[in-house]
Design a protein around this ligand. Structure first.
Ligand code: URP
Ligand code: ZN
Ligand code: ZN
Ligand code: ZN
Length: 464
């Protein structure tokens, strides 16, 4: 017999609606919504959501579990990272498989499948990082699209590692224009940044704050502009990841005004943190080293505005945790050796709810940028990202009144610090279902590694 669950009495919030409704779940799927009491449903389990929000599970379209970087590896495994995601109300991640230079896409994807399979608490999908564009790689892109890996990240940063030059970028974009893939761009001028890094180190500027100074906003904007125009020439859509500078947002806004299929993502760290954190005393700033870098506080208002005007469409975490002890410390005396990345997969839904409380965005926009649009952008909708009959029963019961203080002492990510240590937020995840199964039950973890499955994706559903 299929298990039936009713979530009763909550305010159901999707990207388009807010309605008081009961939700009926049968097995792994949502089967009906009805006005409270206006039905005669029976169920094996009833979850009381009175006074709470009932929202779709978060879709975090940018994570890096177990990513090798700078001679070390991101500290969350697929097991610990997806468990932490569930604690934070996220029920789907899209992680990045990596092609190594000289190797095939297939080999990279197989490696990432092996890391994730059987270990995830929630569902997962993959983008593919393309580090070596050649004739074989371009053919392989078609095959990956066929098997549900429909987006490809390229880097204008990190020469010698993931970097693609403009010709390689153009070729990959031309291919994606044909096969329906979506190119995701790390838009920073890495060649120019490497010159500035070398000059800064030669001047003895070795502290973490110089990471922010050499990775200039102008060099993010320049690369964003170049990526947009290359995509325009190729006739391909473009998604720019981890946008942090208002100058880059302006490039996206201009392209969108021209009617181009150009999209942008920002991350909680750019909305809530700044270069003030990078300049914290001693070596503390290393905790906040990521790329694109944190920007001066003045950029935040522009990012919030772009999220309201839809010049930015998605908030993902770029979760890429490295412990302070033993990992971030690799860059003592040389900021360029600090592994790049911040933890945050557990914090995103709460921080964005705080943005609702603070009046930056509406409740529906919260769900749109954190659940519905990432699902549509990356071909997971309406299976993921909404509450509707037929959708996967990935559902969060959210208490909008609970108070919490973010801390490494209480978080579930496998990392020894919190980027948001001491931050008070209003709102907290209470219960989480993944395909109808309880993963968090009133703040108790009831999930298990291996529940989450690989989820093939269709092509982008967000094109103009
Ligand atoms: O600093 C970051 N963002 N680390 C992860 C890799 C990337 O560029 O997204
Ligand atoms: Zn990146
Ligand atoms: Zn990333
Ligand atoms: Zn299970």
């Amino acid at each position: 017999m299929t298990r039936r669950t009713i979530i009763r009495g909550g305010l159901v919030i999707t990207a388009s609606d807010e309605i008081h409704a009961d939700v009926l779940i049968e097995g792994p799927r949502i089967v009906a919504l009805a006005a409270p009491g206006a039905h005669d449903w029976s169920a094996d389990r009833t979850i009381d959501a009175t006074g709470k929000y009932v929202v779709p599970g978060g879709v975090d379209a940018h994570t890096h579990m177990e990513l090798p970087f700078g001679g070390t590896s991101a500290s969350d495994t697929f097991e610990t990272g997806t468990r932490a995601a569930a604690w934070g109300g996220t029920t789907t991640i899209v992680d990045f498989a990596v092609q190594s230079v000289g190797r095939s896409l297939r080999e990279g994807l197989d490696t990432w499948h092996a890391k994730a399979e059987g270990n995830c608490a929630i569902d997962y999908a993959f983008h593919m990082i393309v580090s070596d564009v050649n004739a074989e790689t371009l053919k392989e892109m078609d095959l990956l699209v066929e098997e549900g890996v429909t987006s490809f990240k390229q880097f204008m940063a990190y020469p010698g590692v993931f970097y693609s030059d403009d010709g390689q970028i153009l070729r990959a974009m031309q291919r994606s224009a044909e096969n329906g893939g979506l190119i995701m761009m790390h838009a920073e001028n890495g060649i120019a940044i490497d010159v500035l890094v070398e000059q800064a180190l030669a001047r003895g500027e070795t502290d973490p704050r110089y990471h922010g100074e050499v990775r200039k906003a102008l060099l993010e904007a320049e690369a964003t502009h170049r990526a947009i125009r290359l995509a325009q020439v190729a006739g391909a859509p473009l998604y720019v990841v981890h946008v942090s500078a208002t100058e880059a947002v302006a490039e996206l806004a201009r392209a969108r005004d021209e009617g181009l299929n150009v999209f942008g993502e920002t991350c909680p760290q750019y909305l809530f943190l700044s270069t003030d954190n990078l300049a914290e005393p001693g070596f503390e700033g290393a905790k906040y080293v990521c790329s694109t870098p944190l920007r001066p506080k003045e950029h935040q208002a522009g990012l919030w505005r772009a999220l309201r005007t839809n010049d930015l469409q998605v908030v993902s975490t770029d979760h890429c945790p490295f412990c302070f002890t033993g990992q971030k410390e690799l860059g003592r005396g040389d900021f360029s050796k600090i592994p790049n990345g911040l933890p945050g997969v557990e914090n995103r839904m709460d921080l964005l709810h705080q943005a609702v409380v603070d009046g930056h965005i509406s409740r529906r926009r919260w769900i749109e940028i954190a659940c519905a649009t990432p699902a549509r952008m990356f071909g997971l909708y309406p299976k993921k990202g909404t509450i509707a009959p037929g959708a996967d029963a990935d559902v969060v019961v959210y208490d909008p009144h609970a108070e919490q203080v973010m801390s490494a002492a209480t978080h579930h990510m496998n990392v020894d610090y919190s980027a948001y240590e001491g931050t008070h937020v209003t709102g907290r995840v209470e219960t989480v279902l993944s395909r109808g199964e309880l993963v968090i039950d009133q703040r108790e973890y009831t999930g298990h590694a291996g529940h989450g499955v690989f989820t093939p994706r269709s092509t982008c559903q967000y094109l103009i």
